[in-house]
Design a protein around this ligand. Structure first.
Ligand SMILES: *Cc1c(COP(=O)(O)O)cnc(C)c1O
Length: 296
């Protein structure tokens, strides 16, 4: 089985009077268009992980996530597409929702586990699959050196040079990949990460451990809106406005917070006139289905 997806991720300009006023240009790379379920950065992270599983003749992918995890869904869909079996170990008591339905439809078996035991993923893997020689461990979110390697390829696809690249950060794996990609082609594009969790400074260590060379980058830690998965009316209104005025669908857990940051920083004259800024749309749109009540 040839493990690959043709990458369709065009760069589009976002037109907004704010950006004209400030003399800047803002673009968005549509990694959400790579695949509807194997959402942008999750495919990039999975690519070399799946190739590694294949090279070790493993046929059963085992991974971990919360009940609305984009990574679980991406792994389920990728497993079905590339001929693997899959199991998702889900944090928390047994539930059902739209994301888990889609996981099951792609053949993923689900194991629910309490929050205490969830902390030690390797122990859970050994407990359930210790004697299954076909089973292959994939960490939560695809966090791994292979994940970083896959994301770095994004940089090769850029049609021009930007002054800034912005990306939402969860584990920081995607950030590390983009930074490594920029270093490799010797671009002095500034990387800007928007941690979606509270206290995002811890990400610096997570990112740095994957960097091929020391690199200067910025984490803007004030755009978490209360923490992971948390939203406020200001964020929700921004997202509605953005979707209506651009026709580009975004969600509140990741891309909404990242784009809010760009608009807010532009308003506050953070960018030099003439700057070109690229936002990465990392996908994850199915997660919107879990936030129905936030959009009333
Ligand atoms: C998982 C995810 C991220 C975060 O990626 P990390 O590599 O964990 O930092 C960003 N955006 C979306 C849509 C995601 O699903």
């Amino acid at each position: 089985m040839n493990i690959n997806l043709g990458i369709h991720s065009p760069v589009e300009q976002i037109n907004d009077p704010l950006f004209n006023d400030k003399g800047i240009q803002v673009f968005i790379k549509r990694d959400d268009m790579i695949h509807p379920l194997i959402s942008g950065n999750k495919w990039r992270k999975l690519k070399y992980i799946l190739l590694q599983a294949q090279s070790q003749n493993k046929t059963h992918l085992v991974t971990f996530g919360g009940a609305y995890s984009n990574h679980l869904l991406a792994t389920a869909a990728a497993a079905a597409k590339f001929g693997f079996n899959s199991t998702g170990v889900v944090r928390g008591e047994q539930v059902d929702n739209d994301v888990l339905l889609l996981c099951r439809l792609h053949g993923m078996k689900l194991i629910f586990t309490n929050r205490d035991s969830y902390r030690d993923k390797q122990a859970l893997f050994n407990l359930h699959f210790g004697d299954d020689s076909n089973a292959f461990f994939i960490d939560e979110g695809g966090a791994s050196a292979e994940g970083v390697q896959g994301v770095a390829e994004l940089v090769n696809e850029l049609p021009e040079t930007y002054d800034h690249i912005f990306c939402a950060c969860g584990t920081g794996t995607t950030a590390a990949g983009i930074i490594n990609g920029l270093t490799r082609v010797k671009l002095d594009t500034r990387f800007n990460g928007i941690p979606v969790l509270k206290g995002g400074d811890f990400l610096r260590a997570e990112i740095d451990k994957y960097l091929n060379a020391p690199s200067n980058y910025d984490l803007h830690t004030a755009y978490h809106f209360g923490g992971y998965g948390k939203v406020t009316p200001v964020l929700i209104n921004f997202i509605k406005q953005f979707v209506v005025s651009t026709g580009i669908l975004i969600e509140p857990v990741y891309t909404g917070k990242m784009l809010f940051a760009i608009y807010d920083m532009a308003t506050n004259n953070y960018f030099k006139p003439g700057s070109k800024i690229l936002a990465i749309h990392t996908g994850g749109l199915i997660g919107l289905l879990g936030m129905r009540d936030k959009f009333v």
